[in-house]
Write a protein that binds this ligand. Sequence first.
Ligand SMILES: [Zn+2]
Length: 99
Amino acid sequence: MDFKETLDEMREVIKNKFVDSLYPSYLVEKFDLTIMESLEICVTLKNEGLVLPMYEVRCPRCSKVLYRSQKLRNIKDIGNCGSCNKNNVDLPVLSFVLQ
Ligand SMILES: [Zn+2]
């Protein structure tokens, strides 16, 4: 699948709200893209106003999303997971949340 076909398919996925967020690493795996191609698709969708880039912090134990922030400087070193009571946060992951 080439870049344009992948982009068209992702527009359909977003329009039909099959997902609520996109991860560049997921697109790499699903469509056999390079990370740069995947980021280019995400940024194109962002420029079309379809998704919003967010940094996402997950619990390292149970993977629950603890919070999302548009700004990296708002990411705290420590967070508390209500699900498993672990008092740590993982490294933030860039995701693109549907608008
Ligand atoms: Zn947890």
